[in-house]
Ligand binder design. Structure first.
Ligand code: THU
Length: 135
């Protein structure tokens, strides 16, 4: 997998973060199975709980364009080491991605951590609607 375009997209979209309350800008970029890239930044709100994370922003854009299968995700923060995604975003990714999906955490300082969705979130909630048992 060529990470450079995805990495660049995550770092670039981070500049559009609307984060006046936390001052914590996040950028995320997801690559579809067909090789297209969709990106999103975190969008905060004065009613703090309304805030949308960058990862869900990127997935919402990709899914809204009709995509359902993804090859990788890059997430950019200024943290050192680069920050991993929150629990809600991990659960969101499990809706569309296999545990093997690679996730590259990065920051503008050049630090990188390559992980997978399964490593970050080994036991997602996976019941389909209507199921009463995981058996
Ligand atoms: N944030 C994300 O965009 N993604 C995450 O996975 C964790 C947190 C945002 C939400 C909020 O705007 C800021 O980071 C601080 O929590």
């Amino acid at each position: 997998m060529n990470w450079e375009p995805l990495l660049a997209a995550a770092l670039a979209v981070r500049d559009h973060s609307h984060s006046p309350y936390s001052q914590f800008a996040v950028g995320a970029a997801v690559e579809t199975e067909s090789g297209e890239i969709f990106s999103g930044a975190n969008v905060e709100n004065r009613s703090y709980g309304v805030t949308l994370c960058a990862e869900r922003s990127a997935f919402a854009a990709a899914v809204s364009a009709g995509h359902r299968r993804f090859g990788g995700v890059a997430i950019a923060t200024a943290s050192s080491p680069p920050a991993p995604p929150c629990g809600i975003c991990r659960e969101t990714m499990t809706e569309f991605c296999e545990p093997e999906m690679p996730i590259l955490l990065c920051n503008p300082q050049g630090e990188r951590r390559l992980t997978t969705l399964g490593e970050l979130f080994p036991e997602p909630f996976r019941f389909a609607a209507g199921e009463t048992s995981s058996a």
